[in-house]
Design a protein around this ligand. Structure first.
Ligand SMILES: [Zn+2]
Length: 143
């Protein structure tokens, strides 16, 4: 697939008419562009408020429907932190999420080069990982 996360300034009209088998309607394009434009792991409500700037008539229900379609087709990732609202992330590379408890900000965290999950997890022999979801919380040191 095309590496969406590499697109620097995504315009809704730049997306193909179909992505991962999903027909890219006007609303879906708009939602995807919102998520790609500011990668701060917005909630559905954040996405709604941002999408409204260009599409004043869009409803929250439509935003939820678009997000669900984009997630189920593997175009964006849904990130959950405990009981908080789901957040959305366009980075499809293997990565973890770290939430800074002092600001609430969520950062993408990648594995160090060459590190394999099997190196530090006791996985049953022959395990093949198909989905990765690791969420960390803490504070970033001042040094
Ligand atoms: Zn992420």
């Amino acid at each position: 697939m095309i590496a969406l996360h590499d697109i620097k300034s995504p315009k809704p009209e730049d997306f193909p008419s179909e992505l991962e088998g999903l027909r890219m309607t006007k609303q879906r394009r708009e939602i995807l562009s919102v998520i790609l434009s500011k990668r701060d792991h917005p909630t559905a409500n954040d996405v709604f408020l941002r999408a409204q700037k260009r599409m004043p008539t869009i409803s929250l229900a439509t935003v939820y429907n678009c997000l669900e379609a984009l997630v189920s087709h593997g175009i964006v990732r849904q990130v959950n932190f405990e009981r908080e609202s789901s957040r959305y992330c366009p980075n499809l590379n293997d990565h973890c999420h770290f939430q800074d408890e002092s600001t609430g900000q969520i950062h993408d965290v990648t594995f160090k080069k060459g590190v394999n999950l099997a190196d530090f997890l006791e996985l049953p022999q022959g395990t093949e990982i198909s989905h990765l979801e690791i969420s960390l919380k803490g504070r970033i040191g001042s040094s």
